[in-house]
Design a protein around this ligand. Structure first.
Ligand code: FES
Length: 258
């Protein structure tokens, strides 16, 4: 543990952890769109910028992305200076110009007093802010199904050559991690649709609830050495079965001890 100062208050933090974590532990609201605990930080959205200095820096300050900057002893951190607020407003206006329909962006902008962008609104803009959280989680899973394709204004996240990604397993990690809810999917009866592909959904053999896609189950069997039987029950029924088994063990043990 080391001591750092955040907004004038001395606090304890773990050396090497990212500043954003230490800041959030203090209940300080610092916007962050591209950060997620499940993936390595990449610093793409720039919203979490903070100002840092140290006593020995003699008044020199530096702006850093707090999701990527590790805690060091003696750091003095400011999260809401007038310059930082202006910077965040500008970034949010840029996002608002690109993703004017995104409720997440609208809400964040509103929190900073912004209701419209002073930048030209991109007419065919969408809710993707190019933070790559989706492609990063897909890579970390080892699927590499989606990536950024094309360049400049045409750049977008997609399967190879803008086609439905053949390596997608329909696990929904990308959709769940997307900060703006841009990645759409649908479960209908026994079919999941995402990235213009359709996947068969498995059903719990006890209650019939749909669980995960067959492709995802096969992926987990191969990568994690899980038996096929593991996927026969939904999580609720697994818990019920475990409780029943434990109950039987307890009764058997009591019989032995009589
Ligand atoms: S959360 Fe740090 S740059 Fe996006």
């Amino acid at each position: 543990m080391v001591t750092i100062t955040i907004n004038g208050k001395a606090v304890q933090a773990n050396e090497g952890e990212m500043l954003l974590a230490a800041i959030r532990r203090q209940g300080i609201d610092t916007p962050a769109l591209c950060h997620h605990d499940a993936i390595e930080p990449c610093g793409s959205c720039r919203l979490c910028m903070v100002e840092i200095t140290k006593k020995e820096w003699e008044g020199w300050t530096r702006s850093v992305t707090s999701c990527l900057y590790p805690v060091e002893p003696g750091l003095i951190v400011s999260t809401h200076t007038p310059q930082l607020l202006e910077l965040r407003k500008t970034i949010l206006e840029l996002y608002l110009a690109r993703s004017s329909q995104s409720e997440v962006i609208q809400k964040m902008a509103e929190d900073y007093g912004i209701t419209h962008s002073s930048f030209p609104v991109i007419p065919d803009g969408d809710d993707c802010i190019m933070c790559y959280a989706c492609t990063r989680i897909c890579e970390e899973l080892g699927c590499f199904a989606i990536s950024a394709v094309d360049r400049g204004h045409d750049k977008k996240v997609s399967g190879p050559l803008r086609q439905p990604p053949p390596d997608c397993i329909g696990c929904l990690s990308c959709a769940h991690i997307c900060p703006t809810g841009f990645i759409k999917w649908q479960d209908l009866d026994s079919t999941r649709t995402i990235w213009e592909r359709q996947f068969e959904l498995l059903s719990c053999r006890t209650c019939g609830k749909r669980t995960i896609t067959r492709d995802f189950a096969e992926y987990l069997m191969k990568k994690r050495n899980l038996p096929a039987a593991y996927f026969e029950l939904c999580d609720d029924c697994k818990r019920t079965e475990t409780a029943k088994t434990m109950g039987k063990i307890v009764v058997a043990a009591q019989e032995v001890l009589k």
